[in-house]
Design a protein around this ligand. Structure first.
Ligand code: GAP
Length: 443
């Protein structure tokens, strides 16, 4: 694929202009690091989530789903190690009062914000968990945390799942949901935010099977991004060195993507051993051992975790899909080359002109497609401009109804990526689109 000049400015501007992402509370000047997903953004996010969910649950016979509460018993976060370990070292510039992660800046250099030298406070540890109180009385006993990862909801429910859904080790539990971290450094649009969504799957295996399973999931997760149509030249693994490993991990690989601002983590695959279940057994004093009914063996399963950011995936998919293509000399179109399964709108339907019954005919065709596809009807402006508007939001297929439609019941079907146009019978257009989605490969 040709190198494209993609800048964050372009991606952010298109996201705002076409209703993907808005600044939170914008009319009040915005809340830094909080973002809202507009009509196109919510569709894109939901579809990425569905793509992941299908891949992780429907296509496996031993992975089930869960949706746990965001707020959990505070002891969960003591057991998980987050109260003790989940913090970043921070320094403040004494001059401008800006706060930085001590491990992200050179403390001997001038302040990246105000330029004054040698004016930082000593590094202090800041816990990243959001704290709040449950109930009317604010005391030490009423503290609850907003979960910083969805994973713990799975661990504390693992016995419930085993007892109610007939899964047997090895098996997985998948979950998508919000997580919250009091991130100090929140730049690069929706890349790192205080409120975000994760798509996590925890796979429970026999102790001793963890290393092999870890390698299998690592490869499966990379294959998933390729199936999603992501540019393979922009994907790579990064293995965590000893200093990088999270407190729960024995081994970890990130899948990184080459964002316009550099290679960054998209997903973490972690070998968490039996750390979490062991700690929850200790803290809850509940026996969390698994009983293998065939061998009568009892053991604490080891856990292989795949943890992807959903909101971060939205940014990755936007950046990866963004293209500017010179259609003819001096005529450049902006196009989002989404995988058709995650495109917010699948089919645009247009009458060539509004008169002579073409609008009604086009509307009928659009209504007929609604049951199967997300459609959009547009009758305003020149046809070329309507195509370009759909290109900008990544609509993979457009149907145009013209005078010939009235004669032979055929329409023009236009493909977003190649801009190729073919004549298709109205009765067959839904099937042709279905096949094109199934056969989709990234150009
Ligand atoms: N349960 C393991 C866990 O939470 P992590 O590496 O801290 O591991 C997993 O996070 C993924 O969640 C990251 O790869 C990233 O995609 C996403 N993520 C983490 N913090 C985020 C933030 N502040 N904003 C957006 N996404 C974030």
């Amino acid at each position: 694929m040709a190198e494209k000049d993609i800048t964050m400015d372009k991606v952010v501007s298109l996201s705002k202009r076409r209703g993907f992402v808005f600044q939170s509370s914008e009319i009040y000047g915005g809340l830094s690091s909080a973002w809202d997903y507009g009509p196109m953004g919510v569709e894109l996010k939901n579809r990425i989530q569905r793509f992941w969910w299908k891949e992780m649950t429907q296509l496996h016979d031993n992975i089930v789903g869960l949706d746990a509460a965001i707020m959990m018993h505070p002891r969960v976060w003591e057991a998980s190690g987050h109260v003790e370990n989940f913090h970043d070292p921070m320094v403040d510039c004494k001059n401008c009062k800006n706060r930085f992660r001590a491990d992200h800046i050179d403390l001997d250099a001038p302040c990246p914000n105000c330029g004054k030298k040698g004016e930082f406070t000593e590094p202090r540890e800041f816990n990243l968990m959001f704290k709040t109180h449950m109930g009317p009385v604010h005391s030490e006993d009423s503290i609850v945390y907003l979960r910083p990862e969805t994973a713990q909801g799975i661990y504390v429910n693992y016995k419930n799942v085993v007892q109610t859904s007939r899964v047997k080790v090895p098996f997985g539990i998948a979950q998508v949901g919000k997580a919250f971290r009091n991130e100090i450094v929140t730049k690069n649009f929706i890349f790192r935010t205080c409120e975000f969504e994760q798509m996590e799957m925890q796979y429970f295996v026999k102790p001793g099977d963890d290393e092999e399973t870890f390698n299998i999931w690592k490869e499966k997760r990379m294959a998933y991004y390729k199936r999603l149509g992501i540019d393979t030249a922009k994907l790579r693994f990064h293995q965590h060195g000893p200093g990088e490993l999270a407190h729960y991990a024995k081994d970890a690989y990130d899948i990184e993507y080459l964002f316009p601002f550099g290679w960054k983590e998209l997903e973490g695959i972690h070998n968490r051993t039996d750390f979490d279940l062991r700690r929850h057994s200790e803290f809850s004093r509940k026996d969390l051992a698994y009983l293998d009914e065939e061998t009568k063996e009892r053991f604490l399963p080891s856990i292989i975790e795949t943890s992807a950011g959903l909101t971060r995936s939205v940014l990755m998919v936007l950046c990866d899909a963004y293209d500017e293509e010179e259609v003819s000399e001096g005529d450049v179109r902006t196009v989002l080359r989404f995988h058709p399964e995650v495109a917010p709108i699948t089919v645009g339907v247009f009458p060539l002109v509004k008169k002579d019954g073409l609008a009604e005919l086009a509307k009928d065709i659009e209504t007929g497609l609604r049951e199967d596809y997300a459609t959009f009807y547009d009758q305003s402006g020149a046809i070329g401009r309507r195509y370009r508007r759909q290109d900008e939001i990544g609509t993979p297929f457009c149907i145009t109804v013209d005078y010939q439609t009235k004669e032979d019941n055929t329409v023009t079907l236009r493909f977003r990526d190649s801009m190729e146009q073919v004549r298709v019978k109205v009765d067959e257009v839904s099937l042709v689109i279905r096949k094109a989605i199934k056969d989709y490969t990234r150009v």
